[in-house]
Design a protein around this ligand. Sequence first.
Ligand code: ADP
Ligand code: MG
Length: 458
Amino acid sequence: MQALFSSLPFSKAQLTNLDSLGYKTMTAIQAQAIPATLQGKDLIAQAKTGSGKTAAFGLGLLEHINPRFFGAQALVLCPTRELADQVAKELRKLARSIANIKLLVLCGGQSFAYQKASLRHGAHIIVGTPGRIQDHLNRETLNLKGLKTLVLDEADRMLDMGFLEVIEAIIKETPKTRQTLLFSATYPNAIKKMCLGVLHDPVTVKVETEHLEGTIKQAFYQVKAFQRTDILLALFEHYQPKSTVVFCQTKIQCREVSQFLNQHKIETLALHGDLEQRDRDQVLACFSNQSCSVLVATDVAARGLDIKSLDVVINFELPRDPEIYVHRIGRTGRAGATGLALSLFTDGEKRRFDVLKEAHNEDYKVDELDSLTRDKPFKVRPTMSTIQINMGRKNKIRVGDILGALTGDGGLKGSEIGKINLFDLHSYIAIDRMATQKILSYFVTGKIKGRAVRARKL
Ligand code: ADP
Ligand code: MG
């Protein structure tokens, strides 16, 4: 059943490369999409996060690049810088088999002048966010006249973020002969409409949302509107989840729920679209390095992020769209682990529950509120805390330099140090809560690569 990469007309070098990456069989979306992309057809693909979309468009796109022509031949538009970085990282791995392929990431929040200089040297592949790409087009630092492949990744989210007009303006700068590949987790009317104008005779592929039964246990609770926050607390008390994402419908709700939980001694971080990039980076670093165990997020902000090992997903409100529901809860129960999806809905939202049952053809039961035991407060405390330091990649430091200083002069044990995330001008170090004072004392006078460091606990 499972299709091998070697069944497709890839170069020997690429097959060897895929093999060294550990890619043997194609994921479902890859098996459906790659033959069409290799043939140069336009494509509409619907698949969820983690399904291997990047290789689904990346492998075809790479085959069509002429390394001897240094203009932009492929453009991948992504909603956010993080997603652009994730795509670029994956594409670079796939491009290893082809000599001299240059890939450039063009996103906001980074030096325009620097990007302009890089563009002058030529790049075959551009990955970026719509706003910044448009800036480059307007200032004529980027030319898309030689474009062969245009990819719209996470298209639904780009539209949610209000990028429709910008995307249309970018497309006007590309040749009509281009191949267009559109990837989207959901397929609302706005996307359908955009596809009509932008794609030519597209092949449509859809990967059915994976069978959720078995790996994800689902429970539903019907509440009165005034009870909702209290029952949310009850869920934490009853299930005592080690890592949780609470999904909210709006930014405002997200902020309110986060504050409510904080007031009730459940430490949370909120992730929503109003955050500055730097704050987003910080929230995600703290959640993924285990110094925060509860993230309260909107769909838009959490989409596409590779969050690993989640115990529980809570829907503070059931979403209207069953696909969004599946998308949210698919973040738990990954890699064979059993996950838990808990959803609250009010009498007024009962219709959403019915729609969900119908869409999944399942007779989900509503659990009794009394079944939630509340004899203990929520006791899970993160094991780590996060220290921010004012040095990053641009200071030419590496993870090893930080680890070396802390375990050497700093006298910390390797086991006390968790994940280290480097950014351009700052970094986050996860540290065992018990060792927080020790690391802060070290940085009072201690150095990294001979330089004094400012450190603070977040
Ligand atoms: P998506 O964009 O759909 O969220 P990605 O393209 O980022 O997913 O891929 C998710 C992860 O799966 C990546 O770490 C990637 O390296 C890995 N991956 C993709 N395709 C394969 C494959 N055929 N075999 C093994 N791993 C794969
Ligand atoms: Mg992706």
